[in-house]
Ligand binder design. Structure first.
Ligand code: NAD
Length: 482
């Protein structure tokens, strides 16, 4: 694989994908068991069997040293770097969402900046009564639910952290990204075997369903649930009665005050908002701009590849990108139209009869605060801009738009009082100052990466240590050396 050129990879991907329906909402047209004739390892028809196999993997990894576990992780990083172009292309073709080059970069980020076993640190307490050791132990088999928006990125990132912590893993991936997710599961198992580990360490389903998720949530061998997805699924795992980590939806607001470097802010916001066509939960979703700099900001955004639509066009587009649905409680709610999520800006604009080229990467519009574009997490390159009078109004409206999801917020300013006030008020897991959103997950910003940002349950920027449980060993009255 290492010796293949990008063109050869592209040729293989195209061959494999021929005949498959791009962006199909049905998993039926995608083969979740093999890629280009190579049968995936660790993929099961039955969730109970998948859990039993992951448990055997867990037992095998328990007998390995930390050094041996780290070798598996090094191999996962290597294969992820080598096969990032395949995963990126497959992800876009299968889901119809996102951008190939950005997905490739996301995989490289996962390979380079997801912490391994070095993240697991023991501690000791000594005193008059002797020595107490605190070690971070695995849970056992982790049940992980993964999204369609960052499918293989999440599978690989979760796998590295969970394996570093010494766990086995079973995935119930999003059905709309099953071929891509299972490719990633197979990659982890290939890496594991190549590094001297068990043949099967992480497992997944041929056809994941709500029923298979329910089996996972109640199976006695599953000791920890980790869920990356929208509010519905986070609520479901938190009601399971098991320890659960929930990484839910975001609707990140951006404030731009009149002390910011406006041209840089405009470019940073558009770069972040359009990264993988706005699929990351951390990506900029609505802007609150001081009235006295709003015109300059909008001009800068246009220079950075945005197309501004009118109020009327925004209302027309809102009726297309959001659809009404009656929920279980019989209430009519607006949900995002899956046919628009993660699509290119020109494709979305064409739906209201506006034809632009591929150089347009974002749709911007001025709206009022209550507009659907501000109130809903769209996950597409549409960015509403709301004018505000001052920092009080900006913080008030931005916090309301964020809606207590505790995911991410952004601000462009040089006034440190304004920056601090918003950071304190919004209480998000990630707060990015004067940079594109992706700096918050280690892409052009300091710190490790994750694709599971656990705001609701508080683990934050998850890493190996999030998937451990504390154990204490006490030696009374001995083992001090002073
Ligand atoms: P989704 O919520 O539609 O699906 C996520 C997963 O949950 C899928 O595997 C789906 O099959 C499953 N699922 C849904 N309802 C379920 C239930 N009741 N019981 C069991 N399983 C269920 O998510 P998506 O569209 O793929 O992803 C987008 C959403 O996820 C957005 O809201 C985004 O903000 C969020 N997200 C959050 C993070 C984070 O780190 N916080 C990362 C990625 C995506």
């Amino acid at each position: 694989m290492a010796s293949m050129t990008e063109n050869e990879i592209r040729e293989i991907v195209t061959k494999v994908l021929n005949g498959m329906q791009a962006g199909s909402s049905s998993s039926a047209s995608w083969d979740s068991t093999q890629y280009n004739g190579r049968k995936f390892v660790g993929i099961f028809g039955d969730m109970n069997e998948a859990i039993e196999a992951a448990n055997r993997g867990y037992k095998a990894i328990r007998s390995m040293s930390v050094e041996e576990r780290e070798k598996i992780i090094t191999e996962i990083r290597k294969l992820t770097r080598e096969e990032a172009p395949i995963l990126a292309e497959l992800g876009v073709k299968e889901t119809g969402m996102g951008k190939v080059e950005h997905k490739r970069l996301k995989h490289i980020l996962v390979a380079d900046k997801t912490p391994g076993t070095e993240d697991i640190v023991s501690s000791a307490k000594t005193g008059d009564n002797g020595l107490t050791l605190i070690e971070m132990a695995p849970f056992g088999v982790v049940g992980a639910i993964t999204p369609s928006t960052n499918p293989s990125e999440t599978v690989i990132c979760n796998s590295i952290g969970m394996i570093a912590a010494g766990n086995g893993v079973v995935f119930n991936p999003h059905p709309n990204a099953i071929a891509t997710s299972n490719y990633a599961v197979d990659l982890v198992n290939r890496a594991c075997k190549a590094a001297g580990g068990p043949d099967v360490l992480v497992c997944s389903m041929i056809k994941p369903t709500m029923e298979s998720a329910a089996i996972m949530q109640s199976h006695p061998l599953i000791k920890l649930l980790v869920c990356t997805g929208g509010p519905g699924v986070v609520k479901a795992v938190l009601s399971s009665g098991k320890k659960a980590i929930g990484a839910g939806a975001g609707n990140p607001p951006v404030i731009v005050d009149d002390t910011a470097d406006i041209q840089k802010a405009a470019k940073d916001i558009i770069d972040g908002c359009t990264f993988d066509n706005n699929l990351p939960c951390i990506a900029e979703k609505e802007v609150f701009a001081f009235d006295n700099i709003a015109d300059e900001l909008i001009a800068g955004m246009k220079k950075a590849g945005s197309y501004q639509i009118t109020h009327e066009q925004a209302d027309q587009l809102a009726k297309i990108v959001l659809v009404e649905k009656v929920n279980k409680a019989g209430k009519t709610v607006k949900i995002v139209n899956r046919e628009c999520v993660g699509r290119d800006a020109d494709v979305i604009l064409a739906k209201i009869g506006v034809n632009v080229g591929k150089d347009i990467r974002c749709i911007i519009c001025e709206t009022e605060f209550m507009h659907d574009f501000v109130q809903n997490e769209l996950m597409m390159p549409i960015l509403p801009i709301v004018r505000v009078k001052n920092i009080d109004e900006a913080i008030d409206l931005a916090c309301k738009a964020e809606g207590g999801r505790r995911d991410t917020a952004h601000m462009h300013a040089k006034d440190i009082d304004n920056l601090s006030r918003f950071a304190k008020a919004v209480e998000t897991t990630i707060f990015v100052k004067n940079a594109p959103s992706y700096a918050g997950i280690g892409f052009g910003g300091e710190g490790h990466t994750t694709f599971t940002i656990a705001g609701p349950t508080g683990e934050g920027i998850t890493s190996a240590r999030s998937y451990t449980r504390q154990r204490r060993c006490v030696m009374a009255d001995s083992f001090r050396i002073i």
